[in-house]
Design a protein around this ligand. Structure first.
Ligand SMILES: [Zn+2]
Ligand SMILES: [Zn+2]
Length: 283
């Protein structure tokens, strides 16, 4: 890796969730590109009404992906415990600094947060990341995969309502102070500029930044955005606002394949420097 470029990622996925490689493959690649440590952060997505989601109708594959989409914390506990153990074992066998993380979708229906906390208390993990991929109605009971919104509704007022709530949910997650850092703040840009342009939902996004500053929670700049929408998550205007608030940042690849580890880190480093973001997270 180039000098002065971050030599770790704390946001990566394996075939435990929707990544394509094993823990071992990820570690071997991390070593070969000169990483000094790696955080494995597979998805933890548990919502009691997952199978009632209209997303299951437009994405038939969801029902076959019970290793990603879950409905019951108790049901998945042993599988997650084994995963944590496996990461610890690979760290030992490969003599490499590994961290056990999870990327958690934050839900708001009654009882969910207590169930999550109770679940995490039974895992040998190191950290959780806030990464939100679902939107929901006011009750929080009925969810839709964010990227499915235009497949299910053809109504800009609904997009406005759901996305405004999406950003408020991210803020709520930050205020829970459970999360080590925030992933892809403006992931909603996946919906395209007509629904969520770089400067749309500006008040909601800056309210999230305020919450990050007040609660001293770092935020990632993700190079995955470059692969999905041709821009970083979050975009430069948000990064400039983050700089004003002195928010601590780190670079993520959100790797879903070993080949993606460290991808475009030099460009992200340059972007952070352009935006005069100095404070960096390292565990
Ligand atoms: Zn994510
Ligand atoms: Zn991710």
């Amino acid at each position: 890796m180039q000098n002065n470029v971050q030599t770790f990622s704390y946001h990566s996925h394996t075939n435990f969730s929707d990544g394509r490689c094993s823990i071992c493959d990820m570690v071997r690649q991390a070593k070969s590109i000169g990483f000094t440590e790696l955080g494995i952060s597979d998805h933890l997505i548990v919502h009691k009404n997952m199978w009632q989601s209209p997303s299951c109708l437009v994405n038939q594959h969801m029902k076959d992906e019970k290793h990603i989409y879950c409905t019951d914390f108790n049901e998945i506990l042993e599988r997650f415990q084994r995963h944590c153990d496996e990461i610890r074992q690979v760290a030992k066998a490969e003599n490499f600094k590994l961290h056990v993380g999870f990327e958690v979708d934050f839900f708001t229906y009654d009882g969910w947060l207590e169930e999550l906390q109770n679940f995490l208390a039974q895992l040998d993990y190191d950290y959780v990341i806030s990464g939100n991929h679902f939107v929901f109605d006011e009750s929080g009971e009925n969810i839709i995969n964010l990227t499915d919104l235009p497949k299910i509704y053809d109504d800009s007022a609904i997009y406005q309502e759901y996305l405004s709530r999406h950003f408020k949910t991210i803020k709520q997650a930050i205020e829970s102070r459970m999360f080590k850092f925030l992933a892809h703040l403006d992931y909603a840009r996946r919906l395209g500029d007509e629904i969520c342009g770089p400067n749309d939902f500006w008040n909601e996004k800056t309210a999230v930044l305020d919450a990050l500053a007040v609660n001293n929670v770092p935020m990632e700049i993700s190079t995955k955005g470059l692969r999905k929408i041709g821009d970083f998550y979050p975009n430069e205007n948000i990064l400039l606002e983050a700089a004003k608030r002195n928010i601590t940042m780190l670079i993520s690849d959100d790797a879903h394949h070993a080949d993606e580890l460290g991808r475009d880190f030099a460009a992200a480093e340059e972007k952070l420097q352009q935006c005069k973001i100095m404070q960096r997270l390292q565990f």
